[in-house]
Design a protein around this ligand. Structure first.
Ligand code: GAL
Length: 459
């Protein structure tokens, strides 16, 4: 019998661009994803988030789905360009109103809102005018936008997440160019990442100074990390796996928990890695009230011996060269529809690694889940593979909580099928099936399974 600690938070997650639609409704400005989707070849089948799940017009219905599942918490993101259509300047009151409604309705149903301020949909104006995350000005624009959100929503929102997955923004947006804004470089990711960290820290500083004592909430960042298992027992491969984790998670978590970028990054990246001033570091250090983690998969890591693999799905050539690590998977591992290997033990190893490296932080799994080729058959969606995914990953989570790892919450990705970035609507991560012609939602068997887990606080 698996029984999670009392008070464990069970939730599900989404993000604005992936579900809202209404891309130009009620005064919303365009985001870099609105623009990116228009470039031929960037997104599978030319899909866009213009309509997505039309969550903007289906709030009540979607909250009813959450309620039916017994969710205790719901993690969503605010579309910056709905609040500030140009990323700065005038506030769009209709945007404020939309999120007021969402928050109020969640609270009425007893569901705790967990709000992400930035889940990749940067206002397009900031890309044109301020160079997006390459520009120092974006740091201040983000802090200002965060301030507006705290002011308007902070009386009811007690859990804030500044940035979702800075690694993805930096690497896939500025390194490999596969996500918006689509830039390819081996130096820009480090600059973008640096600005993301500073933006996070400034927003946290504002929250703590102006709001935290009265609003009594908490604020943190969510980073993503796969587990990296040494391919062999050799000291070289063990060091390679450790290095890979430092380049992945340490890049963003070390400055916050240790006050510096990992030594190995400083050495290997050289002057492409910016440095913090002492005043900036003071803001960055200890700037997260909890350790937000998105985790999906695992790979083997081996020392590359200077012969790094070419740019591929396994990572940008530039970054791979910096790490001197080659990644691979075991062909016997089962995979999700994203071709991500299903390796539950990687989850417990990663949680244990975080626990040790960052001195036992409170960890919140803000995303975990799998995409499978779900089909609607006679009004039903049977997704046993997803149930198995959740079950086996949750078993590993449970194991580490038993050993004292302070894991306090788990958010399943995702509440419903949605716009899966460059994969468009082809990849389905949802607990609810969405028919993208009719926009009808149908609970999958995994939603029913998770409902029971939540009810019993275990399985
Ligand atoms: C995360 C991201 C989500 C979702 C998920 C599945 O990286 O935060 O938006 O797309 O991956 O790919």
């Amino acid at each position: 019998m698996i029984q999670f600690p009392k008070g464990f938070v069970w939730g599900s997650a989404t993000s604005s661009y992936q579900i809202e639609g209404a891309w130009n409704k009620d005064g919303k400005g365009p985001s870099i994803w609105d623009a990116f989707c228009q470039i031929p070849g960037k997104v599978h089948a030319g899909d866009t988030g213009n309509l997505a799940c039309d969550h903007y017009h289906k709030l009540e219905e979607d909250i009813a789905l959450m309620k039916a599942m017994g969710l205790k918490a719901y993690r969503f993101s605010i579309a910056w360009a709905r609040i500030l259509p140009k990323g700065k300047g005038e506030i769009n009151l209709a945007g404020i109103q939309f999120y007021q409604n969402l928050i109020d309705q969640l609270l009425t149903q007893g569901i705790e809102p967990w709000v992400t301020l930035y889940h990749w949909d940067l206002p397009l104006a900031l890309q044109f005018e301020d160079d997006g995350w390459l520009g120092e000005a974006t740091v201040d624009h983000f802090a200002h936008y965060a301030d507006i959100c705290f002011e308007h929503f902070g009386d009811r929102v007690k859990n804030w997440i500044t940035i979702n997955e800075a690694w993805v923004v930096a690497m896939l947006g500025y390194g490999q160019g596969v996500f918006a804004p689509g830039r390819i470089s081996n130096s820009e990711p480090y600059l973008a990442g640096h600005h993301l960290l500073k933006a996070h820290a400034k927003a946290v500083h504002i929250y703590r100074k102006k709001y935290q004592s009265t609003q009594k909430g908490r604020i943190g960042i969510t980073n993503n990390c796969d587990w990296r298992e040494p391919l062999t027992d050799t000291p070289k491969d063990k060091a390679a796996a450790e290095r890979a984790l430092e380049f992945f998670l340490g890049w963003f978590a070390d400055p916050i928990y240790k006050g510096a970028y990992p030594e190995t990054m400083i050495e290997r990246v050289g002057d492409r890695l910016p440095s913090f001033t002492p005043a900036e570091l003071e803001l960055v250090k200890d700037s997260s009230d909890f350790f937000g983690l998105n985790h999906y998969t695992t790979m083997y890591a081996a020392d590359a011996d200077g012969k790094t693999m070419a740019a591929s799905v396994y990572g940008n050539g530039g970054l791979s060269e910096d790490q001197n690590v080659n990644l691979s998977v075991d062909p016997n591992w089962e995979q999700t529809a994203m071709q991500w290997s299903i390796v539950p033990w990687g989850c417990s190893k990663l949680l244990t690694w975080i626990d040790a490296r960052y001195d036992r932080p409170e960890i919140v799994i803000t995303e975990n889940g799998g995409a499978f080729n779900d089909q609607l058959v006679a009004g039903k969606v049977e997704d046993p593979q997803r149930i198995k995914y959740y079950q086996t990953y949750l078993e590993e989570c449970y194991k580490v909580t038993k050993k004292g790892v302070n894991l306090s919450a788990y958010f399943a990705w995702s509440l419903m099928d949605n716009f899966e970035w460059a994969s468009g609507y082809e990849k389905r991560f949802g607990l609810h099936y969405v028919d993208f012609d009719t926009l009808e939602r149908t609970p999958k068997s995994s939603a029913k399974w998770l409902t029971n887990v939540i009810k019993n606080n275990g399985f």
